[in-house]
Design a binder for this molecule. Structure first.
Ligand code: AHM
Ligand code: MG
Length: 335
C-alpha cells in the first residue's frame, strides 16, 4: 500500500471520478469496471498458486483459434464471464476463448455496453512461471444495431472504445486502464485485496532502447520488417537498440509503455495476418498507446481505424514510441 495514506486512491475511487465525465453517469460504468477488477483478482489468485494446485497443464480442449486450452485459460474465462454477467449495464460479452459473443440481459434497456476480452494472454508462459495477462476493451452498443445481434455490438473500430486496459500478472499484479482521459496504473496490494493507484497519468517515452519481436520468424516477415530491425540495431536512430521478448503481449507491451521502444508482431509465413487478434489484443493496447502519446499501426494504417469484419480476426501490430514508429512509417514508405 502507498506509504502516505492521504494520497491513497483505489481503482474504484478513480473509476468513479472518471465516470463523472460521462453524460448522465449513474454509477453503472464504475460497477461494470468493478466486475473486471474483481475477476482479475480471482484470476491472479489462481495464477499465484498455479504451482501448488492442480491447475497447471492442458485442459484437453481445442479452442476456436485451434489451440489447446490451458486450464487457467478456462478458469480465467469463467471468472470474467461470471463477474461481468451480473452487471446489468452489459449486454454482450465476447471472449477470445468463445467462438460466439454471448448475449446477456437480453432485452434489458439498461444493457448498453459490450465487453471484449482475452482472459489469459500469453498462456503458453504459465507453466514456466513467466508473466501473463488479461486484456479488455469496452464498447457501447451502436444505436442502429439490434439488441439480439451481439456480433454487431462488437464489430466496431477501436477508435470507438469507451475504455480499455489490461492486467499483467507479473512480479506484482498491475491494472492499467484508460477511459479516454489518460492512462493510469494500479498495483494490487495482495494483503488488502485492492488495487491502489501507483502510476498516474502514464506517458510512453518518446524513444526507448529496446525492440521486441519474435526474431525466429524473421525470414518469414515481409522484407521491410527485417530491414527495419537492422536499422534499429545499426544506430541510425541515435542509439543501438537491444532486444527484449517475453512472448506475452501484455508483458511486452507493459515494458514498452513504461520504457518506450517498439513491439512488433508482423505477418509471418504461417500467419499472413499476424497472430494477434484485433479486438481482444491489438485494439486495447493501441488505445492505451495513443492515450500515452505512442502510436499503433498494422504496418500501414492506424490500428484504431480498422473496421473489423469478424470477431476473431487477426492483425499485424507495431506499437510503441513516437520516434520508432515515425521512423518505421517513413522507412516503410520507401521500401
Ligand atoms: P495467446 O492469446 O494464445 O496467449 O497468444 C497471444 C500471445 C501473445 O501474448 C504474444 O505476443 C504472442 O502470442 C507470442 O507468440 P509467439 O510465440 O509466436 O512469439
Ligand atoms: Mg489467449
Amino acid at each position: 500500500m502507498a506509504e502516505n495514506s492521504s494520497t491513497i486512491i483505489t481503482a474504484q475511487q478513480h473509476i468513479m471520478r472518471e465516470q463523472k465525465r460521462f453524460p448522465g453517469a449513474s454509477g453503472e460504468f464504475s460497477f461494470l469496471l468493478s466486475g473486471i477488477t474483481l475477476a482479475t483478482k480471482m484470476i491472479q489468485a489462481q495464477v499465484r498458486k498455479a504451482g501448488l494446485t492442480d491447475v497447471l497443464g492442458e485442459h484437453g480442449e481445442i479452442n476456436v483459434q485451434g489451440e489447446i486450452q490451458q486450464k487457467l485459460d478456462v478458469i480465467s474465462n469463467e471468472a470474467l464471464v461470471h463477474c461481468l454477467s451480473s452487471r446489468e449495464s452489459i449486454g454482450v460479452l465476447a471472449s477470445e476463448e468463445n467462438e460466439e459473443p454471448m448475449l446477456v440481459h437480453k432485452g434489458s434497456d439498461e444493457a448498453k455496453y459490450a465487453v471484449v476480452f482475452d482472459p489469459l494472454d500469453g498462456s503458453s508462459n504459465i507453466d514456466v512461471n513467466v508473466s501473463v495477462g488479461t486484456t479488455f476493451s469496452i464498447l457501447r452498443k451502436p444505436d442502429d444495431v439490434a439488441m439480439d445481434n451481439p456480433e454487431q455490438w462488437v464489430l466496431q473500430p477501436g477508435s470507438k472504445q469507451v475504455a480499455a486496459g489490461y492486467v499483467v500478472y507479473g512480479s506484482s499484479t498491475i491494472l492499467v486502464y484508460s477511459a479516454g482521459n489518460g492512462v493510469h496504473g494500479f498495483t494490487l496490494d495482495p494483503a488488502v485485496g485492492a488495487y491502489f493507484l501507483s502510476h498516474p497519468n502514464m506517458t510512453m517515452p518518446d524513444q526507448g532502447k529496446y525492440y521486441s519481436v519474435n526474431e525466429a520468424y524473421r525470414d518469414g516477415f515481409p522484407a521491410r520488417y527485417g530491414d527495419y530491425i537492422d536499422r534499429l540495431r545499426s544506430g541510425v536512430l541515435g542509439r543501438k537498440y537491444a532486444s527484449r521478448y517475453i512472448g506475452s503481449m501484455v508483458a511486452d507491451f507493459h515494458r514498452t509503455l513504461l520504457k518506450g521502444g517498439v513491439f512488433l508482431y508482423p505477418p509471418t509465413e504461417d500467419n499472413k495476418e499476424g497472430k494477434l487478434r484485433l479486438l481482444y489484443e491489438a485494439n486495447p493496447v493501441a488505445f492505451l498507446a495513443e492515450q500515452a502519446g505512442g502510436t499503433a499501426i498494422d504496418g500501414e494504417k492506424r490500428i484504431l481505424d480498422i473496421e473489423p469484419t469478424s470477431i476473431h480476426q487477426r492483425t499485424p501490430l507495431i506499437v510503441g514510441s513516437r520516434v520508432e514508429l515515425a521512423d518505421f512509417e517513413s522507412f516503410a514508405q520507401t521500401n
